[in-house]
Design a protein around this ligand. Sequence first.
Ligand code: HAM
Length: 444
Amino acid sequence: MSERKQFRAIKGTRDILPLDSALWNWFEHSAREVLESYNYNEIRLPILEETQLFARSIGTETDVVSKEMFTFPAGAGGSAGDLESLAERDEAQDLITLRPEATASVGRAYIEHGMHTLPGNAKLYYIGPMFRRERPQKGRYRQFYQIGAEVLGQSDAPAIDAELIEMLLVFFARVGLTKTTLYLNSIGDKNCRPEYIERLREALHKVKDRLGADSQRRIETNPLRVLDSKVPEEQEIIAALPRIADYLCDDCRAHFAKLKDELNLRDVVFEENWRLVRGLDYYTRTTFEVTAAGLGSQNAVCGGGRYDGLIELLGGPPTKGIGFAIGSDRSILSIQETGAAPKLGGLAVYVAWMGGAAYPTAVKLARKLRAAGVSVELPGEEMKFKKSLGLADKLGARYALIIGENEVASGKYALKSLADGAQRELGENELLEYLESERRGTGA
Ligand code: HAM
């Protein structure tokens, strides 16, 4: 007999199992509550988009676009066979990509649905998976999840940036992610950045021989990215390079100064980091990142910034924009590793029934409890009380509800706490009341 292949989740993807999924649901639910309290509304976006959308928004020289996208032929003949002819295709619009991020999609949707005609700013959030072909490690996956928020409209007032950042930190505090650092920078705009990039490139050429191959290549393709380098030997050289702060034009300088005032007004603590340039090309002015404890090298739990030219680049009207994306995988990992995770989910009541006469009562009572929001496990087969109480314990139930023929006759049921063995005799209404209040955490 031939041995059957056993399948495993593909590299860089994983299953989120119970009860971790309860923590994920709580995390995402908390985000919805906080974001909606700031008047952001959810947009649900497709996972597939034209490859060109990402190439144009994120930039063809970025790591994400040049190395990390999962891209396929879009047509009906999009089979693996077609992949071989990809190199010959110059009609790149035939290609589609699993989204590596969602800001580009939000920009596409904003234009497609004429959202610039809506009153006020469009304040949107999204929750879902993103895909990047990166080398998997702790906190880095090929399918990972983001919670993102974006504001698009006519105004680039620093108060918008500050409120967005305040909201982010309010959310992190809500879910117990408090050992965090917020890094902040301004990378200028199309008026002042080109000159800075030229000065930076000149300075980099002078030290080229002392840089590694990656940084040497970036001098030509994307010199700002050299500032991101983590190579130990390059750190001292980078520290001496020209800094963007010295090249900001008056408008960008005033915007950054006002943003810092606005953050102080909101008691948002930040650290300025002139090397924070971010890995996507659409950014202008404000950039920020948040790192968290317990994560090792992949410790950025959120990245964001302003992208005032993006909508025009995608063929839309002049529009200002700013947003962020929280990495859910890493944030939840940090919450777990720092011991801030609440205990969630799990079974409240295991119904231990015995005797033919008890069964119909058990079925009806289980339905009533479930309707009241209590989680109930009702075994489909009769078991001795000893065995069902043992199983209730193994399943982690908080209570066993004992229903035998005597209980049916008296209309009083025994509710046994599996934590301390305490037992209460309760009629149906008392039972419902007790379990409902226990569920609300009042423990009455
Ligand atoms: P990003 O910095 O590329 O920005 O990603 C945001 C966050 O997603 C990161 O800080 C990290 O927590 C998480 N992340 C990224 N790649 C991975 C991965 N391979 N595995 C696990 N987590 C990951 C953006 O995506 C921008 N769209 C953010 C933005 C929105 N800017 C303006 N609006």
